[in-house]
Write a protein that binds this ligand. Structure first.
Ligand SMILES: Cc1ncc(COP(=O)(O)O)c(C=O)c1O
Length: 453
């Protein structure tokens, strides 16, 4: 027992009853996992008392840091006052109203209408469905197809999974939903169009795909402003301006999946603010509550809302927990703290520091360091000149495991040669310094072990 926690009992019950995503069932039964019992700031503690700097902010979300009394109090007060209320049939509640208004204030101009969900997949389901409904309401019911990036991650419910472009996540679930076209993401380090110097012309692939499907059939293009799970892929300047123009030309809606990027991760309130273009719909989640309560939203631009309204639409898309008063009260408090403590500016400042530090790691197998705000990655290669994939390509998972043993959480991304970081926005310079040191050592040790294998 450490800190009063009976680790052995917890692990036994966990193995017997709790299902975990993204780990082989048999492996988990054999080894079990660390049981995290408490956290604060950017540090997690497990049942053995071991501490970790959480270089991933949970799943890219603990923006305001862990276990704040103030947010706990907001949840408590709300639960005591009104623990649940529905938004169906026009009923409403103060936290949902106030949070929708606050979100509308923070989002780029025109994004003013908020549909709350319980997370990111549901936010994307909602954005996809409302994009179709918009065209239907305007007398274009045949506009139902979507276009997404290869490697994109939009969640794993059926619609979101069908938009997701990571093939390993499709296996075993039969047919995806029909009607999803795919284009290559603007992955400058491995340009699908063979360019040495990025000129953002890869955005034209979107136009080609719209024309291939037929503009009269395409409802929307969905994309993460900076791709997270797919490799921390940062589009070049000008990219989304071009996307905007192409979408306008063919009456195609642009859905920005801001589930990771939104609420400060990239050093701006929203990821798209790194480009001079405004999306038609934005999906958000994660950072809206910093993970203190499950909450997401699909945010509609005025023109989408007006189109739906003019078409006489009733939103026959209802979710029991939409506008949950406790989740919304938590979201309000979280945003208040983020603003009061200047966490968005801090993300921009410490993000520069993180990239600077990562770039001092002079290891021949680090091909590229990239990122924006407090979202960064190192891409591992066999050789810097050729950019060939390392052997084995899964070496990033070894880096992840070695870092974890040293008390730092980072994440290897499929296929395994990219190591991602996205710490809480309250992370300190000293913690970043330690994180980078551990990642550097883990990369060196992993390649040394691979050579010896
Ligand atoms: C960009 C993006 N969209 C959607 C999702 C899905 O969110 P959730 O897991 O809350 O359903 C995620 C989750 O990581 C994500 O990174």
């Amino acid at each position: 027992m450490a800190g009063g926690w009976d680790r052995e009992r917890l692990v036994a019950l966990d193995k017997a009853h709790l299902l975990h995503p993204h780990v082989k069932l048999a492996d988990h039964e054999a080894t079990g996992g660390a049981v995290i019992v408490e956290a604060d700031g950017a540090v997690l503690r497990d049942a053995d008392g071991k501490e970790y700097i959480d270089g991933l902010a949970g799943l890219w979300l603990a923006n305001a840091g862990y276990s704040r009394e103030e947010i706990a109090r907001a949840a408590y007060e709300q639960m005591k006052t009104l623990s649940y209320a529905t938004l169906f049939w026009g009923w409403s509640n103060p936290p949902a109203i106030e949070l929708a208004a606050r979100v509308a204030e923070l989002t780029p101009a025109g994004l003013n209408h908020v549909y709350f969900t319980s997370g990111g997949s549901e936010a994307n389901e909602t954005s996809l469905k409302l994009a179709r409904l918009y065209h239907y309401a305007r007398g274009k019911p045949e506009k139902t197809a979507f276009i997404a990036f290869r490697r994109a991650y939009h969640g794993l419910t059926y619609g979101a999974m069908s938009a997701t472009g990571l093939e390993n996540l499709w296996q075993g679930y039969g047919e995806l939903l029909p009607g999803f076209g795919r284009i290559d993401p603007p992955y400058g380090y491995r340009c699908a169009h063979g360019k040495d110097r990025c000129d953002a012309s890869c955005a034209d692939a979107l136009e080609a795909e719209i024309l291939r499907i037929g503009p009269e059939k395409v409802a929307a293009f969905i994309a993460e402003p900076v791709m997270g799970v797919g490799g921390v892929i940062v589009p070049p300047p000008g990219y989304y301006e071009r996307v905007r123009a192409i979408c306008d030309k063919y009456d195609v809606l642009w859905i920005a999946d801001e589930v990771i990027c939104g609420f400060g991760r990239l050093g701006t309130w929203f990821g798209v603010q790194h480009w001079n273009a405004v999306a038609d719909l934005m999906s958000v989640a994660k950072g809206i509550t910093s993970g203190y309560a499950p909450l997401g939203a699909s945010i509609l631009h005025d023109r989408v809302y007006e189109g739906l309204k003019a078409g006489g639409v009733t939103l026959t898309h209802g979710l029991t927990y939409s506008g949950h008063p406790v989740a919304c009260a938590v979201g309000l408090k979280n945003l208040e703290i983020m603003e009061r403590e200047g966490l968005v500016e801090r993300s921009a400042r410490l993000g520069r520091y993180l990239l600077e530090k990562l770039r001092t790691l002079d290891h021949p197998n680090i091909g590229e360091v990239r990122g924006v705000g407090l979202m960064a990655a190192v891409e591992l290669v066999a050789d810097r000149a050729t950019r060939a994939l390392p052997e084995p390509v899964t070496i990033g998972f070894d880096v992840q495991n070695r870092a974890r043993a040293a008390g730092v959480i980072v994440r290897g991304l499929v296929p395994g040669n990219i190591v991602a970081m996205s710490p809480p926005l309250v992370v300190t310079e000293a913690q970043i310094h330690r994180m980078v040191e551990v990642v550097g050592d883990a990369v060196a040790a992993a390649f040394k072990a691979a050579e010896g294998a």
